[in-house]
Design a protein around this ligand. Structure first.
Ligand code: PMV
Length: 321
């Protein structure tokens, strides 16, 4: 048996941080996909080769020991927990291409987790429904990260553009017949999602009467943005992004590098731009219906940029034989 599966990364368009307090968010699956290939084992262990990150590792399924001398071997924990959901422990070889900048709030760990669960389950001829893949993947993130919202794993499984309320059963696909061209700018500085969520919580505890209205405003922005997206009102979408960015700054999750990228994108012609994800490092998103080229070049002068269209396709499995 030889199986391949892939799953997309994600970018949050509206609502991060507010989503922690039960508010909705809008996120899209991006056209960058992690790919996982599963083959019969060359040994009785589980051998993992993450080609683009230069990571090789060996997982002892029974003891859960991960043997690897790579400094970035943390990602192998996601693989181990994913395999545990759908595998009996026989030797398999797993080849992975992550293809998504890691640690930048673009859902790379979720994409790898979703694709691994899909590939290994198909290898074992276990027919999982999308909701089961999403559920298992969220459980894996919870075990490895201790806390995680279902947002990343949901988007990666289903693909598309999603309006999500904290309860993963409330996902709503926003079906649009046009693309949302965005540029993602990312720094080499990583934001720690857990710490940033905690920092916002502390700020909210100290200044509840100031911070709660900001969170409520983000909710209103997300609701208004949903309408603007459905009506393809580009100007309104861009303006709402800019307001959302200002509120994220007020919540304390902005950095100088993120701010520079946000304004660089606007000056280069983006209709709107904001932090995407937890902030504190990580990534920004710029909405560029007028063209992405100038924005990519401008951000690339100091940081890194990539073009990311909506990936309508979520997790995808290909059985080769
Ligand atoms: O940076 P990311 O992609 O992990 O996004 C975090 C989004 C938050 O709303 C800040 C936290 C969450 O769990 O939803």
């Amino acid at each position: 048996m030889h199986v391949k599966a892939s799953a997309p990364g994600k970018a949050i368009l509206f609502g991060e941080h507010a989503v922690v307090y039960g508010k909705p968010a809008i996120a899209m699956a991006i056209s960058k996909r992690s790919c996982v290939e599963v083959l019969e084992g060359s040994t009785s262990n589980i051998n993992v080769n993450i080609k683009d990150l230069g990571i090789r590792g060996c997982i002892d399924f029974n003891s859960g020991a991960i043997i690897s001398d790579s400094p970035k071997k943390g990602i192998l924990k996601y693989i181990l927990e994913s395999i545990k959901k759908v595998h009996d422990g026989s030797g398999i070889d797993i080849n992975i291409d992550v293809n998504i900048p890691i640690g930048g709030g673009l859902g790379s760990s979720a994409a790898v987790t979703v694709a691994t669960i899909a590939a290994v389950s198909a290898y074992n001829e276990i027919d999982l429904k999308e909701e089961e893949i999403a559920k298992y993947a969220h459980e894996v993130e919870l075990v490895v990260q201790k806390s995680a919202s279902p947002l990343d794993t949901t988007i990666s499984t289903y693909g598309g553009l999603i309006y999500l309320e904290t309860n993963a059963e409330d996902i709503v696909q926003l079906n649009i017949d046009y693309d949302i061209p965005v540029v993602i700018g990312y720094t080499d500085t990583r934001g720690d999602t857990g710490k940033l969520v905690e920092a916002v919580r502390i700020r909210r505890d100290i200044y509840p009467e100031i911070i709660n209205p900001l969170i409520n405003s983000i909710e209103l922005i997300t609701e208004e943005a949903k309408q603007a997206i459905l009506e393809n009102d580009k100007k309104r979408v861009g303006e709402l992004m800019n307001i959302n960015h200002g509120l994220l700054d007020a919540l304390g999750v902005n950095t100088k590098e993120l701010s520079n990228m946000v304004y660089t994108a606007r000056n280069a012609g983006a209709c709107g731009s904001k932090i995407t994800g937890a902030g504190g490092g990580g990534s920004i998103i710029a909405y560029c219906p007028g063209g992405t080229g100038n924005v990519i070049s401008a951000i690339n002068e100091t940081e890194n940029a990539l073009k990311a269209d909506i990936s309508k396709e979520g997790v995808k499995i290909t059985t080769l034989h």
